[in-house]
Design a protein around this ligand. Structure first.
Ligand code: GTP
Ligand code: MG
Length: 171
């Protein structure tokens, strides 16, 4: 039959934002991990949507590993950037990392879609996705399609909406 189109996705964001939890939820339930641990370096995960075959580079967000991110910019077709909506203190750090990413020579010139998850919206003092979007100045991104979804990765809420948007960019 027809092979599904292959899409390489780079999953980025600060440590503890929920990247691995999100990717785990998107995998078929029989391959999901029962326990999520902080990522060391990165993990490669695969899952399919109705029309696409995704290969995800789930990077560690710990500062000591963030220098690994740029090695995967060239081969990525899309970026998922995850933010902990409850982590007000580190929102400026998330913005710094996002700006560094968007200004990188291997990303700057590419019109690749960027999907943001404003994750952990279940936390009592979580910021809204509109607020997160304002704090990260997302409206300044003019040269790439982007979209932000509020999510609760533990319950799996908001993830499908994001994936549907991303898939639409490749159809
Ligand atoms: P690194 O691999 O260190 O970069 O972290 P990560 O971004 O992969 O985060 P990870 O998925 O390991 O999740 C970090 C912690 O946040 C775990 O304890 C998760 O259970 C928790 N977590 C993830 N998503 C949510 C969410 O939507 N709500 C809440 N309350 N906790 C979450
Ligand atoms: Mg992780």
């Amino acid at each position: 039959g027809l092979r599904k189109k292959e899409v390489n996705v780079l999953c980025l964001g600060l440590d503890n934002s929920g990247k691995t939890t999100i990717i785990n939820q998107l995998k078929p339930s029989n391959t999901q991990a029962q326990e999520i641990v902080p990522t060391i370096g990165f993990n490669i995960e695969k899952f399919k949507s109705s029309s696409l075959s995704f290969t995800v580079f789930d990077m560690s967000g710990q500062s000591r590993y963030r220098n690994l991110w740029e090695h995967y910019y060239k081969e990525s077709h899309a970026i998922i950037f995850v933010i902990d909506s409850g982590d007000k203190l580190r929102m400026v750090v998330a913005k710094e990392e996002l700006d560094t990413l968007l200004n990188h020579e291997d990303i700057r010139c590419k019109k690749i879609p960027v999907l943001f998850f404003a994750n952990k919206i279940d936390l009592r003092d979580a910021m809204s996705s509109v607020k997160v979007s304002q704090m990260l100045c997302l409206e300044n991104i003019k040269d790439k399609p982007w979209h932000i979804c509020a999510s609760n990765a533990i319950k799996g809420e908001g993830l499908q909406e994001g994936l549907d948007w991303l898939q639409g960019k490749f159809l």
